[in-house]
Design a protein around this ligand. Structure first.
Ligand SMILES: *[C@@H]1O[C@H](CO)[C@@H](O)[C@H](O)[C@H]1NC(C)=O
Ligand SMILES: *[C@@H]1O[C@H](CO)[C@@H](O)[C@H](O)[C@H]1NC(C)=O
Ligand SMILES: *[C@@H]1O[C@H](CO)[C@@H](O)[C@H](O)[C@H]1NC(C)=O
Ligand SMILES: *[C@@H]1O[C@H](CO)[C@@H](O)[C@H](O)[C@H]1NC(C)=O
Ligand SMILES: *[C@@H]1O[C@H](CO)[C@@H](O)[C@H](O)[C@H]1NC(C)=O
Ligand SMILES: *[C@@H]1O[C@H](CO)[C@@H](O)[C@H](O)[C@H]1NC(C)=O
Length: 360
């Protein structure tokens, strides 16, 4: 009996120890879980679900061919105006295309613009989607995801989504013509593919990335955010995938690189002659169109800080088309030979990733 009691006591102590360790293990693991950056950050991703201004839900009524989402800094009123003049709403409607501009909240140091003015702009054009987060290049991920999310829910019947930046010039007619040749839209993510880029690890760089933010040596292949083509279906998958990933602030790399890699999508290249990587090339191509009636066959390029370039470019293309007297550029004098460029400004140098030249 005494013996039994002794054993029971021993068992009890053992059970108590077991219980205590179990409880502390649960406590420890749950506290680890709540301080897990993975969970904290994925919740933070939802910052883009509240809007200050939203276009009417009829923006994509019917079955649009295309929805264009344009990331635009809230203060870039003139750039948005240039886009609207280059591709007026009536023209877009006639082509069964919708367009929205993606904005964020006016930052405190921005004195030139008021929310009332943005509200007026939205009332006039009904093409503004303004997130409630503050404008900052470190918040671009929210803006980019907000655009994909909105387009994929409100324009889910659209055949394509075209994502562009507001300072990019593109030929709408050729963009449409090209999209019509796309044979397979399943898992479509198509643009300028950047490969073998490395995170910038020197603190002085604007695009400096800490090891905590990104721990691998290379970025996965990703697309330049200047201009890429995808579909509402893919955009939905990307936005869903984003909730399982830590937020990474370089939007192009997260959205078109990390998330598409994780979804197993293969990025596709646009044709080589599609792009003009330098502003100077675009300027030459445009000048030849105006002065010499030589058609510019390239589709996308940077505006080099000239707000109105997108208007001039599409106007010149329109003239070539309506006058029907433009010639094709002679293959003996390719644009890249006859035009002087300042090689500092390339598609890579606004970037984010450091390019390993040996591998290009
Ligand atoms: C989580 O843990 C890290 C260190 O591991 C600490 O720096 C951070 O402040 C913690 N965050 C929270 C929300 O407790
Ligand atoms: C669009 O908004 C109107 C009014 O706010 C609402 O009645 C309608 O159900 C909405 N339509 C869709 C497709 O969400
Ligand atoms: C991003 O937006 C949030 C929400 O408005 C804001 O608190 C934060 O300061 C912004 N980030 C930066 C780096 O400005
Ligand atoms: C594109 O240009 C061609 C002429 O090259 C013209 O026939 C056609 O109507 C234009 N398409 C659009 C969508 O503007
Ligand atoms: C679609 O297929 C046609 C015929 O095979 C091909 O010429 C065209 O380049 C393809 N389109 C794209 C975007 O690859
Ligand atoms: C094409 O037509 C326009 C308008 O008539 C004219 O200004 C331009 O000089 C013509 N270009 C050529 C190469 O004939």
């Amino acid at each position: 009996m005494i013996m039994n009691l002794y054993i029971m006591k021993k068992k009890l102590v053992f059970a108590a120890i077991l219980a205590i360790s179990l409880i502390s293990w649960i406590y420890w693991s749950s506290s680890v879980e709540t301080n897990d950056t993975f969970i904290i950050l994925s919740r933070e991703n939802y910052l883009y679900h509240n809007f200050l201004i939203e276009p009417r839900n009829t923006t994509c009524k019917g079955k649009p061919f295309l929805i264009i989402i344009v990331t635009s800094y809230v203060g870039h009123v003139e750039l948005r105006s240039a886009h609207r003049r280059a591709m007026p709403p009536e023209l877009l409607r006639s082509l069964n295309i919708a367009r929205i501009f993606l904005l964020a909240r006016i930052p405190e140091n921005e004195k030139l613009i008021t929310q009332a003015a943005i509200k007026d702009e939205s009332e006039a054009f009904d093409d503004i989607l303004q997130g409630s987060f503050v404008e900052n290049y470190r918040n671009l991920t929210y803006k980019h995801l907000m655009g994909l999310q909105w387009a994929s829910t409100n324009c889910y019947k659209a055949k394509f989504i075209l994502k562009v930046d507001d300072d990019i010039v593109f030929n709408l007619n050729k963009s449409i013509t090209f999209m019509k040749t796309i044979n397979k839209t399943e898992n479509l993510v198509m643009g300028y593919v950047l490969e073998y880029t490395k995170p910038r690890r020197n603190k002085e760089n604007k695009w400096y990335v800490t090891w905590d933010e990104y721990s691998r040596n290379y970025y996965p292949p990703y697309l330049s955010g200047w201009y890429y083509i995808t579909t509402p279906k893919v955009a939905t998958l990307i936005c869903d995938e984003a909730t399982y990933h830590p937020k990474f602030w370089i939007d192009d790399i997260l959205i078109t690189g990390i998330l598409t890699e994780s979804l197993g999508f293969k990025l596709q290249h646009l044709p080589n002659d599609y792009w003009l990587e330098y502003y100077e090339l675009l300027e030459c191509c445009l000048r030849d169109m105006i002065d010499k009636s030589i058609m510019c066959n390239h589709v996308v390029g940077p505006n080099g800080g000239r707000n109105n370039l997108i208007v001039e470019f599409n106007e010149a293309v329109g003239h070539c088309e309506s006058w029907k007297n433009c010639t094709q550029r002679s293959s003996e004098k390719p644009l890249k030979k006859v035009c002087i460029v300042n090689s500092d400004r390339t598609i890579f140098s606004n970037g984010q990733g450091q390019v390993e030249l040996t591998k290009l």
